[in-house]
Each structure stands twice: as structure tokens, then as C-alpha cells.
Design a protein around this ligand. Sequence first.
Ligand SMILES: Nc1nc2c(c(=O)[nH]1)N[C@H]1C(S)=C(S)[C@@H](COP(=O)(O)OP(=O)(O)OC[C@H]3O[C@@H](n4cnc5c(N)ncnc54)[C@H](O)[C@@H]3O)O[C@H]1N2
Ligand code: MOO
Length: 458
Amino acid sequence: MTSDAQEEPSKPEADHPRHLDHTWDEARRAAFDAAQPIPAGPVALELALGRKLDQDIVALQDMPHYASSAMDGWAVNGTGPWILVEPGTPLAPHQASPIATGGLIPAGGKSVLRSESARLDRDEDGLPILVTGGTARPGEPRNGQHVRKAGEEASEGDVLVKAGVVLNPAHLALAALAGYDELVVQGKPLVRLLLTGSEVVGRGVPVPGKVRDTFGPQLPAVVGMLGGIPGGQQRIGDSYAEWLGALEDVVPEVPGAPDLPADVVITTGGTGKSGTDHLRRAVAELGGRLIIDGVAMRPGHPAVLAELPDGRFVLGLPGNPLAAMIALSTVGAPLLSALGHGSMPTVQEVPCGTTLEPEPGRTRLMPFRLLYGMASPAQHTGPGMMRGLASADGVMVVPPHGVKLGELVPAFALPWGPPIPAPPDPNARPKTRSAGRTGRTAAKPAAAGPVDWSELLG
Ligand SMILES: Nc1nc2c(c(=O)[nH]1)N[C@H]1C(S)=C(S)[C@@H](COP(=O)(O)OP(=O)(O)OC[C@H]3O[C@@H](n4cnc5c(N)ncnc54)[C@H](O)[C@@H]3O)O[C@H]1N2
Ligand code: MOO
């Protein structure tokens, strides 16, 4: 937030009750525990892609539900020559009527003669008749030939897709074929974005004092990757009235967004404690409760999680771009996972490629790059930067007591990146050299311990 945006009287930090920040682990746990899985419900077919089916898709009737022609040609009864009758009229033996692919086989129709196997002729009285010809093979049309029988794909009541399946495009097509307009799927959180800051511009190269919005282009995608449904974004300036109005409005009019209340509102900016940072005050005025108010970590320290009386969660991400993504990974990922029936996002271990000195009282979240299997802190990872994260392989969770070169350090993968490879098993026996390989020079002696490669990162 810029100082020219200060409309409200300054509220000194002393006005806010002091509390102890959550540790990084506590914050994750608190966010996960605060949420109940969203119950299953019906969603329109076109919105069901990627959702987990909660109720079997059952054939509502035989599929196909009527016998139809598989070819353009003639529906016929019995053997030819056939007398022509109007399409759709019941066919007596030796009668035929024109039919198109997919057309309903008329009563009495036993088979379909393809147009290229048929020829129109005249009988001795000069009346039009249909005879086989062209490409017709002997015996064509056999009984039932080129007829798609009713119930050939499924009988009424058959299970077409079992509950628990994650719906792909073909499932949706199958459900449509079966006549469904909606499917009952497992709950998933709808997430609206409230991007704040009068200095933030949405397009072009910003002039001094203005910054280009980093959240609009990335947050909807990341919300989706973390198991949420992106539900549109609103932009407001820095006044308290705008903050309060936007949080009060349960179903704001946002172009292209669903006409539904959000489960989570993610705000960006305004998490500080100056007079121009309004998140906490707006939450309090709306009768909400703070679940997390600061995390003992860097960056992302001022992250906030609150719950409003109507059940909406408000996740307050700091305005600094990297700090926001770290806060989203720490608090948002467990929250969205819990709301969407998921488990606590995994944290694994990776060998650290450098020594990181202690920093008592806070966990450092450091984007890293893997070099020779070891995590080396990325460059350009100031709270307002994105360059380091953009090329990172994951984020190290460096404990307050630091970590030594070669030690395992907790780490998590990026929502858009591949999993972090498992560290080598220290109990695995070293591979023996093949006895057949002779005449090679001896390998260089291995380094006594791990090597700090972090200087190589540009
Ligand atoms: N006196 C103190 N000042 C600050 C403290 C502190 O403890 N005492 N904490 C710092 C930390 S840490 C962080 S993080 C930020 C939190 O800032 P806010 O959440 O209040 O956000 P703003 O002040 O509105 O903006 C901060 C920064 O981010 C830029 N910004 C905002 N929105 C966007 C966007 N959509 N795209 C790109 N950049 C954005 C904004 O221009 C500011 O530069 O507070 C520190 N200050
Ligand atoms: O969250 Mo702030 O740096 O810790 O940018």
C-alpha cells in the first residue's frame, strides 16, 4: 500500500492486542483443523470436469434408448424387392422407407440397406420399387444389419461410472449421453480473490510508485492446483470502506464468476498493522474471528486466517508477491485441502546444499534449486521478488536452528512443479563395479563430504 492512499487515521500497532505468532507447523495444522470437508452436491455437467464423483452414474434408461440406423439408406422389412412407403410408417414385409444415420427404425423395420447397396427401379406396373444393387453383397441386408439395437451400450440401471472416480471429459460425454444435466460430486471450495491496493495496476509497464499486479495472473491457477475452484477476482483500492464493503458482499457481481457465496475469500495486501491496513478491522467489524494472526516465518509473516459468521474463511495474504505465495503454501494449501476432502499437504526431506545459520524464533521458507540432488537456495528471493520462485524446484522449510551442509531439511514441492525426488537411502549398499569392465582408469576419490554448490546459482 502506498502512503498517498492513507484515508484512515493511523492505528498504531499498540492498539492491537499482542499475541504469539503460530509456528510454521502450528499454522498449517490450525488451517487444516479449522475446515470441515464441504459436503457433496450437484454441479452442472460442464462444471464437473476434474471433480470426484460422489454418486454412481447409472443408466436412466436403455442406451441407446431406441433402435436406430447406423447408415444412410433404407429401413426394410424382409427381402427385396421392396415397395416404398412414407418414412416413419410401420413396415409390412417387403416394404422399405428412406432413413438417415441415427434415424429411428420404424415398426416392422428389420434391417437397413445402405444407399450405395440400393437402386430405385420400377415394377412391371411402372410403380417405384427398391432393389439391391451397387455394392450390395449376396444376402445383403442380413436381418439386423446396420441397426444399432436399443440397450446395446447399457441396460437401464447399469452403473456407467462408479462413485469415487475423478471425472474426465469422456465421463462427462457419457453422462450427457445418458441424459444427465448435473452430477453429484464431492465438495470443493469456491475461492474468490479480493486484490487490494491503489498502487496496483493490471496492465502495462508501471511508472514509479505503481506496481504491476502479480496476483491476478497466477492466483486463480494456483488456487485450482491446490484443490479450489477459482471464483473470480475483484480489485479495490485502499480505503476501509472498500475493504468492508467487499468483504460484506457475500455474492459480489463479478463478471464470469458463479452466482454463489465463496467458501474462501483470499485477500492480497493490507495485512500489515498500519492505519492503512484494514483486514483485521474489517473482519472484527463483521463479527469474524481470527484463527491465525501472523506466522513465525519469513517471508509471509503477516498472513491472516479468519472465519466470518456466515462461514466464509478469509485468507489474508501479504502484498509482497513472494511473501504471499509462501503464506498461501503455508496456510492456504492445508485449508483448501481440508475443505476439499484432502489430506495435509506433504512435506518431505531433501539434502541441503549449503549451511544455513540459525535464525532464532522463525522458520525460513527458501525457494531452492536442485543441484546434484541437493537443495541450494535460489537467488532473487526477496519478499517482493518472483524471479527465484519462478525457477525453483521447491521450497525448503529451514528450522530456526538452521541446517548444516548435507543435512536433510524439510521441503515441499511447488503446486505447479514435479515432486521432489526422494533423498538417497543412506542404508543402500553402494553399487559394485562390474567385474567385466577392465582397463579403465580408477575413479577420482570421492569428496570427503557434500560440496556446497550454491555459488553456482545465478
Ligand atoms: N512497520 C512495518 N512494516 C512492515 C512490516 C512490519 O512488520 N512492520 N512487515 C512487512 C512485511 S514482512 C510484509 S510481507 C508487508 C505486508 O504488507 P501488506 O500485506 O500490508 O501489503 P501492502 O502494504 O498493501 O503491500 C506490500 C507490498 O506489496 C505490494 N503489492 C501489493 N499488492 C500487490 C500486487 N497485486 N502485485 C504486486 N505487488 C503488490 C505493494 O505495492 C507493496 O510494495 O509489510 C511489510 N511492512
Ligand atoms: O512477509 Mo514479509 O517479508 O515477511 O515480506
